[in-house]
Design a protein. Structure first.
Length: 326
């Protein structure tokens, strides 16, 4: 854990007078009582926010597409340990919006900071402060939440890039802790969770220990289908797609039957998504079915249909209806 630039000195308890801010003793002191609270996960698109959460939670609940701007909603997931309970809020990636849907996503990301006890800001080791990060952090400079920096993908860092990144972001004087991690390889995740919990207020758990996500099965199923739309299509098609789960019901022999439709913004995109002889939609369905079976713990029969709804990404009412973004 990188602790030298710690900036939380004015948050100390009177009982901490003899402890160093960055000492192991102080962290142990912080962990002596059960802690619970809300932690917003922020950062640019494609820095690995959802991968970090999936790895911490130990199961795939969130999209992890390599394409940017995959997350569209503020998604609450719950991680419970013996020391505390974190209600993680995954937010859309910060980016330069190109249409009305993009502007909705950016607004949703900024709204995600409301009511957070901790803001976990995820970056990559790019060696300097990225302009998008600088703008976002300036915007949140006076936010009362404790800020923790997670430098992800450290396994890809070259030369002194990691050290230069840590020093550059520490110089902003906004972060209580800076923690190098690799979400994909599971490096530093326990340290990150323990440090985040140490900054949460004392309190009883907000959710039962077996709850992992506040969202209904329909939402999670839709996200897993959309994940595979992103994996199997290119250019504008994944960004113009939404998934609507029509129903989930128990069928014969313990098979869960699911019907969902994928909505696109143009008729030409419908043809691309279906593919030659249905090869694309079959690949989407096969991959999504496997993930849904893992999520639900049952065999799944998944029926997918595709329809076009012209220019839905440019209409406020359609964006709200198809993405649950208000």
């Amino acid at each position: 854990m990188y602790t030298e630039p710690r900036t939380a000195t004015d948050r100390r308890s009177p009982c901490q007078s003899d402890l160093q801010d960055n000492s192991e003793e102080w962290l142990v002191y912080r962990m002596t009582r059960y802690r619970t609270g809300f932690v917003g996960v922020f950062g640019q698109t494609n820095v690995g926010k959802s991968t970090f959460l999936n790895e911490v939670l130990g199961r795939k609940l969130l999209m992890t597409s390599a394409k940017p701007q995959a997350t569209r909603n503020r998604i609450q997931c719950v991680h419970t340990t013996d020391e505390g309970q974190i209600v993680f809020v995954d937010t859309p990636g910060l980016h330069q919006p190109k249409n009305k849907l993009g502007r909705h996503l950016l607004r949703e990301a900024h709204r995600g900071a409301r009511g957070m006890n901790v803001m976990a800001y995820v970056i990559e080791p790019w060696g300097a402060v990225h302009p998008v990060d600088r703008d976002a952090l300036d915007h949140w400079a006076d936010h009362e939440a404790v800020k923790v920096l997670l430098v992800n993908k450290i396994d890809t860092a070259r030369g002194n890039a990691l050290e230069e990144t840590l020093l550059a972001y520490a110089a902003l004087d906004q972060f209580a802790d800076l923690i190098p991690i690799s979400a994909a390889r599971g490096i530093g995740l326990d340290d990150a969770v323990r440090t985040i919990i140490s900054h949460l207020p004392e309190g009883d758990p907000l959710f039962p220990s077996d709850v992992a996500c506040e969202h209904a099965e329909e939402f999670l199923v839709a996200e897993l289908v959309r994940d595979h739309v992103f994996r199997h299509t290119r250019q504008e098609v994944p960004y113009a797609s939404a998934v609507n789960v029509k129903w989930i019901r128990e069928g014969e022999n313990g098979v869960t039957e699911i019907r969902a439709e994928i909505v696109v913004a143009r008729e030409s995109q419908r043809g691309i998504l279906i593919g030659k002889a249905g090869n694309v939609i079959k690949a989407i369905g096969s991959g999504a079915r496997a993930d849904i079976e893992q999520l639900l713990g049952t065999r799944v029969y998944l029926q997918l249909t595709v329809r076009s709804e012209p220019r839905w990404t440019e209409k406020d009412d359609d964006i709200e209806r198809l993405t649950n973004i208000e």
